[in-house]
Ligand binder design. Structure first.
Ligand code: BDP
Length: 721
């Protein structure tokens, strides 16, 4: 009996050890020993050593280190770094770094682009090996991470024949980090850049940040907010930026900066920032040279100009192209690029806000210098739960356009809600622009294949902060991960990305993977249901954008007010964007116009985006619009409750701490979903004058109550709290 108890206690402590508390810091790069003994033995017989001739090349060295740490952790035994080829080795390198790889004559040029890689099994001089090869060091690093992922997700590695290359060149995070370390629209703590300790102190986080990015193929980062502070261009700060660049370089990550257009005035003490002024041009040229003197591989600038109060070329009656081209000239000698944002709209312009970017930029197609790329948000408004794709995609064949997604969940539940964004990103990437006839998807525009763009790019507004687990909500990490994966290969499915992420982040346990995947894959649509169903948009709280506030009508600018967007009245609800209204539809291809213009063929998820629709309009379900709206809001709440039940069903499969963390946040999400449903339906009911569905949970508060709610210290809203 005593023996049995003893055995039980050993077993129990082992079990506890297996499920020890995870703090989320390691992200998807957990390299814990493989639990399945059969698999473990199989891998151990196939991987006995690592052979990489890195010649002190920093990126190759990172690949070597990652393989060594990763494989040693996963196999539970120190994997030898060999200095000659042995049996069962993992070899990695380029034909230039390794004569062995050169001799293999792998089809690198035929099958990969410069950052791509091959992973193949080979027998070399009688020795069985796994070869990770690329034309560049960065490609080797990406291949190394990919190989580790295969093992983390428990794939067979005995007949590998993988070739993978990024479809887009610039794959970049945009940090909206302020220099005082607040993060605009950040819900995971303060900025991870400790400016006051730089350049002397290099936080381990910078290195782990670069590793995490490299593991998903991200190759650039804008480290400061697009609402930029010119101090970043001061000598003191450039030296700090250079220290960060040094920390990221071994992982193939380039640093870019957000440039404020008025920097020549604010920092250079010039009288103007007119892009045609010779002194202004000279100031930027000199400043750019100075930046490159500190950071020789500096990537370039992102610019938010003439948008939401930011200065820009229009202050001097110049165009966006004039402004972008002036900066492009300063960067060109160094091979830097300008990412010029198309997120522009003006209160003074009487047209529909969603039309303004197209109106501003389309006329300048073909006039931008070759090192300029125009950065366009996924939709024409502003990162809403659902928007149609931005009409500029497909409309500027002679100007490279890059995508801007918002990874941080400003409008998608902020720090409290589980919303997996891959389905949102895929919906946009897969949308057909009909630019060159059928089949010109948004993805084919931004990867350059439709219009043969030489420069291609994709940006994600970061959700990273100094929270221990980086992104706040444990599931928010999946959005950083998904962005990187889609930036590399937009043909991947949301499901595949979720599957890999769950296995690497939590566990390979089959029931956990299946259930969690179900939760993730449905979560975006669920959020749309309880926030902005049927094409509603921009009905969130003022300023901080937290919670519902469809009644808001007091903000300084008409186009910041929710009432501008939903236009509810006694007849119906929705923004008329057909020819009968703002005619925003005219900015899309005729094939799209035709379907969306007709209320009877317009996809219902965009109904209220394009049509002011009568409350008693008959939906395809047979319900009236009002009944359907109610049904959607109710189903959104019910779906959150199902998410909760599903999560509860997998208790015990991961450590208690993370399980409880998610569980508590799901409870918050349920409350917030109820809040959205009740507040929106009670408000819209004042126009529809129709009853809420009978026999279901009724709002337990009045509309006045919801209107009276005030939230003072919502994170992410900078100085406005
Ligand atoms: C909006 C955000 C604002 C950003 C702006 C932008 O509310 O904080 O500065 O986008 O993208 O969504 O410039």
């Amino acid at each position: 009996m005593k023996k049995l108890l003893c055995l039980l206690s050993v077993f129990f402590s082992l079990f506890i050890y297996q499920l020890h508390a995870e703090d989320g810091y390691r992200l998807w790069l957990r390299y814990d020993k493989i639990a399945d003994p059969v698999l473990l033995t199989a891998y151990k017989t196939q991987i006995k050593s690592i052979y990489i001739n890195d010649n002190h090349a920093p990126v190759l060295h990172s690949a070597k280190q990652e393989l060594s740490n990763g494989l040693s952790g996963l196999l539970g035994t120190k994997i030898k770094i060999a200095d000659s080829l042995e049996d069962q080795a993992v070899i990695a390198g380029t034909p230039y770094s390794s004569s062995l790889i050169a001799q293999l004559n792998l089809p690198l040029i035929q099958k990969t682009n410069s950052e791509g890689f091959l992973i193949v099994n080979k027998v070399i001089a009688g020795k069985k090996c796994i070869v990770i090869a690329s034309l560049t060091d960065a490609g080797v690093l990406y291949g190394a991470f990919h190989f580790l992922q295969l093992i983390q997700t428990q794939q067979n590695i005995s007949s590998l024949n993988i070739s993978s290359s990024p479809k887009i060149k610039v794959r970049i995070l945009n940090h909206w980090d302020n220099m005082n370390r607040t993060v605009e629209r950040g819900y995971a703590g303060f900025s991870i850049w400790k400016w006051h300790l730089l350049p002397g102190y290099i936080d381990q986080r910078y290195i782990d940040y670069a590793r995490a990015n490299a593991s998903i193929g991200i190759n650039g980062t804008v480290i400061n907010n697009v609402n930029a502070n010119v101090q970043i261009f001061s000598k003191d700060y450039l030296i700090k930026v250079a220290a960060l660049a040094d920390a990221f370089r071994p992982y193939g990550i380039k640093v870019y900066l957000a440039a404020k257009f008025s920097a020549p005035i604010e920092l250079g003490k010039l009288k103007t920032a007119d892009p045609f002024d010779p002194q202004v041009k000279e100031w930027w040229a000199k400043k750019t040279d100075e930046i490159y003197s500190y950071i020789p591989d500096f990537g370039g600038f992102i610019v938010k100009a003439n948008s939401e109060g930011q200065p820009g070329p229009q202050n001097y009656k110049r165009t966006h192209a004039d402004g972008a081209n002036m900066l492009a000239d300063a960067l060109a000698p160094h091979k830097g690029i300008v990412m010029w944002r198309a997120f522009v709209y003006s209160n003074e312009t009487p047209t529909d806000r969603t039309k303004q970017a197209y109106d501003e930029f389309k006329p300048f197609d073909g006039t931008f210098k070759s090192n300029v790329i125009v950065q366009v948000k996924n939709g024409p408004l502003d990162f809403q739960p659902r928007e149609p794709f931005h009409p500029l995609f497909g409309a500027m064949p002679k100007t490279p356009l890059m995508m801007e997604f918002q990874i941080t969940q400003e409008y998608l539940g902020q720090g409290t809600q589980l919303v997996y964004e891959a389905p949102l990103m895929k919906e946009v990437l897969d949308a057909d622009t009909y630019a060159n006839g059928k089949g010109a998807t948004v993805a084919s525009i931004i990867d350059g294949s439709t219009n043969d763009y030489k420069l291609t790019g994709i940006a994600g507004v970061s959700n990273i902060g100094d929270d221990k687990n980086w992104c706040g909500h444990p599931f928010a990490q999946s959005n950083w991960y998904a962005f990187g994966k889609l930036a590399w290969d937009h043909t991947l499915s949301s499901e595949k990305i979720a599957d890999d992420w769950i296995r690497m982040t939590f566990t390979n346990d089959a029931s956990f993977v299946t259930t969690t995947k179900k939760i993730m894959l449905g979560s975006r649509e669920t959020m749309v249901h309880y926030m902005t169903p049927l094409g509603l948009h921009h009905i969130m709280g003022d300023g901080h954008h937290y919670g519902p506030s469809p009644w808001s009508d007091k903000l300084g600018r008409a186009d910041w007010n929710p009432v501008y967007y939903h236009r509810a009245d006694s007849i119906g609800v929705g923004f008329e964007r057909t020819a009968k209204g703002s005619n925003a539809l005219e900015q899309y291809a005729p094939e799209i116009r035709k379907i969306y213009e007709d209320i009877n063929t317009c996809p219902e998820e965009y109904l209220l985006w394009f049509h002011h629709t009568p409350w008693n309009y008959k939906m395809r379900s047979g319900k009236t619009l009002w009944e359907e709206l109610c049904a959607k809001y109710y189903s959104g709440v019910n779906e959150v409750r199902t998410m909760q039940q599903n999560w509860n069903s997998i208790k015990g499969k991961i450590d208690e701490e993370q399980f409880e963390h998610v569980k508590m946040l799901l409870a918050v999400q349920e409350k917030e979903a109820v809040w959205w449903r009740n507040a929106c339906l009670l408000y819209f009911q004042t126009f529809s004058k129709m009853p809420l569905p009978a026999g279901v949970e009724q709002p337990n508060q009045t509309l006045d109550y919801y209107k009276s709610l005030r939230f003072q210290f919502v994170p992410g809203n900078g100085g406005n709290n």
